[in-house]
Write a protein that binds this ligand. Structure first.
Ligand code: COA
Length: 279
């Protein structure tokens, strides 16, 4: 599979694929080329059997300084068609593809994270930040709104009083604060960041792949909180039945069967792996 790019770096190792924004000299700002490359890479990796868990991070001192203010905004200001085309690609990879990626995804926020990069973080299932990472909704500082889906995902994830405060002031906050207000799952010292991400990735690799996919679909294919309780009950029942069908009943036969045989305890560990048996 061809995964060589100018603005991103892709590494696949032992089932864990790391995609890194790779324009450190530009603080990993998301240029039109980067958007096209992310779209291409994620489309391929979604169907890649070697990718069991996806990590998204940045090379150098930045996660991403958001949209490339020069190449994405300024240079396209008089080219509305081109602007619209790249805006769609930018939306498609960050939300449609990454949000619904069929395998678990982890944002590994190593440093600067601004504006449009929030959408990429939000689309990942889990986000782990360096305590030292700096986040900012900087749009107000150049007289704009957090556009694309940024305001939407911030409203979804962050505590409402904190979200609007940071939208209006453009104040920066660090990784620890990002965890407190719901933007990321956890924050750890930068020196431990990648080890923590790999630890979580390996934990996910030990789970049943089809069950992981179903857990994501249940949460992400519809707005669960927008469903009334009866609709949610029917949606979850249908997804549970679909999983049973996809797994050929394995969660009952093996998942529960092995517990009844005293082979493991699901309260404290994943069932012993029979990788590939049902794929
Ligand atoms: N778009 C385009 N270029 C960017 C960029 C962005 N979002 N962020 C940084 N760069 C470029 C700078 O223009 C500079 O390029 P140059 O060396 O060719 O002049 C280079 O990256 C380094 O930037 P600099 O500002 O010198 O780095 P710094 O480490 O002092 O500060 C930031 C880092 C991220 C705080 C600062 O670059 C910044 O405020 N960037 C804009 C963040 C932003 O508002 N993003 C938009 C969100 S939608």
């Amino acid at each position: 599979m061809e995964l060589n790019y100018q603005t991103i770096a892709v590494e696949r190792q032992a089932g864990i694929t790391t995609v890194a924004f790779n324009r450190p000299e530009k603080r990993n700002a998301m240029s039109p080329t980067l958007h096209r490359e992310m779209y291409d890479a994620l489309t391929k990796l979604a169907a890649d059997d070697e990718t069991e868990v996806l990590l998204l991070t940045g090379r150098g001192e930045s996660f991403s300084a958001g949209q490339d203010l020069k190449e994405y905004f300024y240079e396209l200001k008089d080219s509305p068609k081109e602007r619209e085309a790249i805006r769609y690609v930018s939306h498609a990879w960050r939300h449609q593809i990454l949000y619904h990626f069929p395998k678990p995804t982890i944002a590994v926020v190593n440093g600067w994270c601004f504006g449009g990069a929030f959408t990429a973080v939000a689309s990942c299932d889990i986000a782990i930040a360096a305590e030292e990472a700096i986040f900012g909704l900087s749009e107000i500082n150049f007289g704009n709104i957090p556009g694309g889906l940024v305001s939407r995902v911030v409203a979804e994830l962050m505590l409402p009083r904190q979200a609007l405060y940071y939208v209006l002031t453009g104040d920066q906050f660090d990784g620890r604060r990002a965890a407190e207000i719901g933007l990321v799952t956890m924050a750890v010292p930068r020196a431990e960041l990648m080890d923590k991400a790999l630890e979580v990735a390996r934990k996910l690799q030990a789970k049943d792949k089809l069950a992981l996919r179903a857990c994501k679909e249940v949460f992400k294919q519809v707005d669960l909180r927008g469903l009334d309780f009866e609709a949610a009950y029917h949606w979850l029942s249908a997804k549970g039945d679909q999983l049973t069908y996809r797994q050929k009943g394995a969660w009952i036969e093996q998942g529960i069967g092995k517990f009844l045989n005293k082979e493991y305890r699901p309260g404290v560990e994943a069932m012993p792996s029979e990788r590939g048996a049902r794929e």
